[in-house]
Design a protein around this ligand. Structure first.
Ligand code: IMP
Ligand code: MG
Length: 177
């Protein structure tokens, strides 16, 4: 029988807002005279992307990619597929990849490989959360909100089987005892 899950608060909406504000300030400083192309990895990035990009002060263009590694549940399948690619031409652009959380690193690594083949001027990775305990491939994260513990997180765009994305805070999903 499937055990009942409970949401244990980990990062409050105030803590998240402060981190997003800090990341926006860093990007505003580093891209001040540029015109970056921000590519969000769906679906988990959608809340983070909306909050972050509205604080960017330079002209930006927005696009999305969709990759999938997860089967149902909380374990990655280990195989990453590009389900939907960005529509805007990447060649010669300063690309900022937005990711909700970097776990094994397989998703970002696969997407960076896809981008590099298309000759961007530069590519940086901006992630809201990093879960280094589960890393399987090395990934350089240029802009990071939080280092998080090895727990399965939901809320603020993060899901478990497509649920909980709409929670305003980030919580750990735990088995209830
Ligand atoms: P990776 O390929 O293992 O680095 O996983 C990246 C993707 O897995 C993220 O974009 C998330 O969608 C998902 N993911 C990883 N950890 C979590 C988590 O704790 N909660 C919800 N989704 C997660
Ligand atoms: Mg997910």
């Amino acid at each position: 029988m499937e055990s009942k899950k409970v949401c244990v608060p980990l990062l409050s909406r105030e803590q998240i807002a402060a981190a997003v504000g800090r990341l926006a300030a860093e990007l505003n400083r580093d891209y001040r005279r540029k015109h970056p192309l921000v590519i969000g990895i769906l679906k988990g990035c959608y809340v983070f992307m909306a909050d972050l990009t509205r604080q960017l002060e330079m002209p930006v263009e927005i696009d999305f990619a969709r990759l999938s590694s997860y089967g149902p549940g909380t374990e990655t399948s280990g195989k990453v597929r590009l389900i939907s690619s960005p529509r805007i031409d990447i060649r010669g652009r300063d690309v900022i990849v937005l990711e909700d959380i970097i776990d094994t690193g397989l998703t970002v690594k696969c997407f960076l490989k896809y981008l590099q083949r298309r000759q961007p001027a530069s590519v940086k990775v901006c992630a809201l959360a990093d879960k280094p305990a589960r890393r399987r491939v090395a990934v350089n994260i240029d802009y990071l909100g939080f280092i998080v513990p090895d727990r399965f997180l939901v809320g603020y765009g993060l899901d478990c089987d497509e649920k909980y994305r709409n929670l305003p805070d980030i919580c750990a999903l735990e088995d209830s005892v």
